[in-house]
Write a protein that binds this ligand. Structure first.
Ligand code: G6P
Length: 366
């Protein structure tokens, strides 16, 4: 009810603004990186495995895609991400030296549970979940777990569950890196320091809300939007597009930035804004010239720039600059203005933000 919402108009907005607290709680008590953060027996499991298979649905699959980049670059572990509903029904090549990682807010998603059981039936018994509900079926079914502390999430479109999953997956990356000898004491201290700074960093990003509202007014009259990201930020572009689809009903697609010229550029007009997540200066120059080519057709670039880029607003180029440069943790910060953009665009269109049509918070049947 209204009392619980406090100053917020919707649960989604409240949950977006709870992220500094949710991340702080999720990382509370983490003084050092150790396998035991994931449960008894984790040290042995982590020493036995030589690859990671991530299974999840929806927004949770995008935190998994982000983790793939971390796992391969920081922990040097080969990682594969698969949508649970695909994995459960296809022939795949099982390897018993795989750590199967499921990611789920609810811990009750039917496809993710079925994918987990399928992996186990193929002989992959080293299972770990990143989950927000400690009493869920997923936590019961997995050998190891990290419980995120987002708290109850009411908005159907996931926000704080996503960023807390990323925090849990970053810890998993560091724990695997340490076991495998890829984490120096100095790097561990630096990563822990950056993680402790997240609540304050998130607060500063949330303060960008008025600038995002101004963009949302432009987006509200559009029927299509394109999101671009690269590397760690490609999954964030996917998540930004998903948020916009789910609650504003604007058709949105995400592409890895380098693919723009291989197809979607043909769609760019004044009616198809291009949102770019955290590009570096070199990439931005390329994107700007791509957009210049479609300038005659009114192409508009909306850039969520990193603090260490020099890009300025210009004709056809709108820029919101992030307060800091966040290194490896950047996806956790960069997704927040995308959540706000979807939220305020939906508000401007007058949709039922917390209960979008045709969607359920948790899909417990196929
Ligand atoms: C539904 C929800 C999404 C969520 C997905 C996976 O589609 O609307 O927000 O990402 O299920 O849910 P889970 O609880 O497994 O993370």
């Amino acid at each position: 009810g209204a009392a619980e919402l406090g100053p917020y108009r919707h649960y989604m907005q409240k949950e977006i603004f709870e992220q500094p607290r949710a991340i702080g709680d999720t990382l509370e008590g983490v003084e050092a990186i150790a396998p035991e953060l994931f449960g008894d027996g984790a040290a042995q499991v982590f020493a036995e495995i030589d690859k990671v298979l991530i299974l999840a649905c929806g927004t949770s699959s995008y935190s998994g895609m982000t983790a793939k980049y971390w796992l391969e670059s920081i922990a040097k572990v080969p990682a594969q991400v698969e949508v649970a509903s695909e994995y459960r029904y296809r022939d795949s090549v099982p390897d018993p030296k795989t750590l199967v990682v499921t990611i789920s807010q609810s811990g009750e998603t039917a496809d993710t549970l079925a994918a987990l059981k399928h992996a186990r039936s193929l002989g992959m018994t080293n299972t770990l979940t990143i989950c927000n509900v400690s009493t869920s079926a997923m936590v019961r079914e997995c050998k190891l777990a990290y419980i995120t502390r987002a708290g109850v999430e009411i908005g159907v479109a996931s926000t704080k569950a996503f960023t807390t999953q990323l925090a849990g997956l970053f810890l998993l990356t560091l724990a695997l890196a340490k076991v495998r000898g890829h984490l120096t004491a100095e790097a561990e201290a630096d990563h822990l320091k950056a993680m402790r700074h997240l609540p304050v960093a998130l607060q500063a990003v949330l303060a960008l809300e008025p600038q995002v509202i101004a963009w949302a007014e432009d987006f509200a009259s559009k029927e299509n939007a394109l999101f671009l990201g690269r590397g760690l930020h490609y999954p964030i572009a996917l998540e930004g597009a998903l948020k916009l689809k789910e609650i504003s009903y604007i058709h949105a697609e995400a592409y890895p930035a380098g693919e723009l010229k291989h197809g979607p550029l043909a769609l760019v007009t004044s009616a198809m804004p291009v949102v770019t997540v955290a590009p570096n200066d070199a990439l931005l120059e390329k994107l700007k010239s791509n957009i210049q080519e479609v300038k005659a057709r009114g192409g508009q670039l909306y850039v969520f720039a990193d603090a260490d880029t020099r890009i300025e607003s210009d004709a056809g180029v709108h820029v919101i600059r992030m307060p800091e440069h966040y290194g490896a943790l950047s996806p956790i910060l960069h997704v927040v203005p995308l959540q706000l953009l979807a939220y305020h665009t939906a508000c401007a269109r007058g949709t039922d933000v917390d209960k979008p049509r045709n969607l359920a918070k948790s899909v417990t049947v196929e």
